[in-house]
Design a protein around this ligand. Structure first.
Ligand code: UDP
Length: 353
């Protein structure tokens, strides 16, 4: 890719959590991130490093206009639905947005001769299957998604791979493990509504701003009985996207790459890290298992190192939790804001605009 002229990269879903951090990383590496987002769950204030085009991923005409207007050379595709629990009650919606939305994007890319794609995939494609909780996961591991969300990510990967072979697209699917933390600047961070992720909920519980945390199950075949996950700092994850754009790929190539640290952390280890960083206890109780939760998801990150030249730099649990805590306690994000914020309202500070 010609780096001399600030190549434009369309970032679908770039107003969301990982998308905004990736837009910042693109900007820092000399690209122009053009964010395409319908703002259904993203935030206008998180778009700071390039233009925003407001549109839906299923709107082929608007996508085409954005690609032409900004002379887009590559696409990073985040736009999609992510809530595992919701996918079990609205699977049709997840297939429509995540799979049909990706189909529409690929067709428009072909029409506009955009031949490079990085796709936001997930460790949810693996599920647990027959893997033991002790085994880390390489890319060729069994695929046994435990939710319709995971099904749609796997289906989208298959479709992208087939279109690479058929039409000469070159694509990398990044299978994220557990994205967490926030940019140390405090300008962007995690702001889901409703929030379902462990670290922000544990911080809210510690600060007395949320309900006490429920630990979902303590009877798994893991060292302390709680689920093991591979937490990756969102800034490290963002860098992996830029690395994936930059590697040599022949036309027709499709690569699926894990983005994780290779280290499993239990729910109770996260609770302890939050308590230490916040300087107070995390009120919690142990509840039932959550439907669709595999006991263990830990990456074998060798391919990311070998193919992308990528290794994590900021993904110790201490650094992740410290940055998440800084984001959650930033000025003008006072107690009660999350609780009172409805969809469409913004937790971003106006002073940061
Ligand atoms: N978890 C928990 N209580 C919560 C939220 C999450 O015990 O209120 C656990 C969950 O069962 C999983 C881990 O924390 O083992 C990470 O969950 P999260 O929703 O953050 O990410 P996921 O692994 O589902 O992508």
């Amino acid at each position: 890719m010609d780096r001399g002229s600030k190549p434009a990269v369309l970032v679908t879903g770039g107003a969301g959590y990982i998308g905004a951090h990736t837009a910042k990383a693109l900007h820092e590496q000399g690209y122009l991130p053009v964010v395409y987002d319908n703002l259904s769950s993203g935030f206008r204030q998180a778009v700071r490093w390039g233009p925003l085009v407001q549109g839906d991923i299923r709107d082929a005409a608007a996508l085409g206009e954005a690609m032409a207007a900004h002379k887009v050379q590559a696409v990073i595709h985040f736009a999609g639905l992510i809530e595992v629990g919701r996918s079990t009650v609205k699977p049709d919606l997840f297939w429509e947005v995540n799979v049909a939305g990706t189909t529409s994007l690929l067709q428009v890319m072909r029409e506009h001769k955009v031949e490079r794609l990085v796709f936001s995939s997930s460790a949810a494609v693996y599920g647990q299957g027959a893997r033991s909780a002790q085994q880390s996961i390489a890319e060729d591991a069994e695929k046994a998604p435990s939710s319709p969300y995971g099904d749609t990510k796997l289906a989208a990967e298959w479709m992208i791979a087939a279109q690479c072979r058929a039409y000469g697209l070159a694509a990398v699917a990044l299978r994220y493990f557990n994205a967490a933390g926030a940019d140390p600047s405090g300008l962007i961070g995690e702001a889901h509504d409703p929030e379902t992720h462990l670290i922000p909920l544990a911080i809210a519980a510690a600060l007395g701003e949320g309900k006490p945390l429920t630990v979902f199950g303590q009877d798994f075949q893991t060292p302390d009985g709680t689920c093991l996950r591979d937490y990756i700092h969102v800034s490290d994850l963002a860098r992996a996207h830029v690395a994936a754009l930059g590697i040599e790929l022949r036309a027709g190539a499709f690569e699926a790459v894990n983005v994780g640290t290779g280290e499993g952390r239990s729910v109770m280890q996260v609770v302890d890290a939050v308590a230490k960083a916040a300087g107070c206890q995390v009120p919690h109780s142990v509840g039932a298992r959550r439907a669709g939760d595999p006991p263990s998801l830990v990456a074998d990150p060798s391919l990311a190192r070998d193919l992308l030249g990528w290794t994590p730099r900021h993904s110790s649990l201490q650094e992740i939790v410290a940055d998440a805590l800084r984001w959650e306690t930033r000025p003008a994000y006072g107690k009660g804001v999350r609780a009172s914020s409805g969809r469409g309202s913004s937790p971003f500070t106006s002073s940061a605009d």
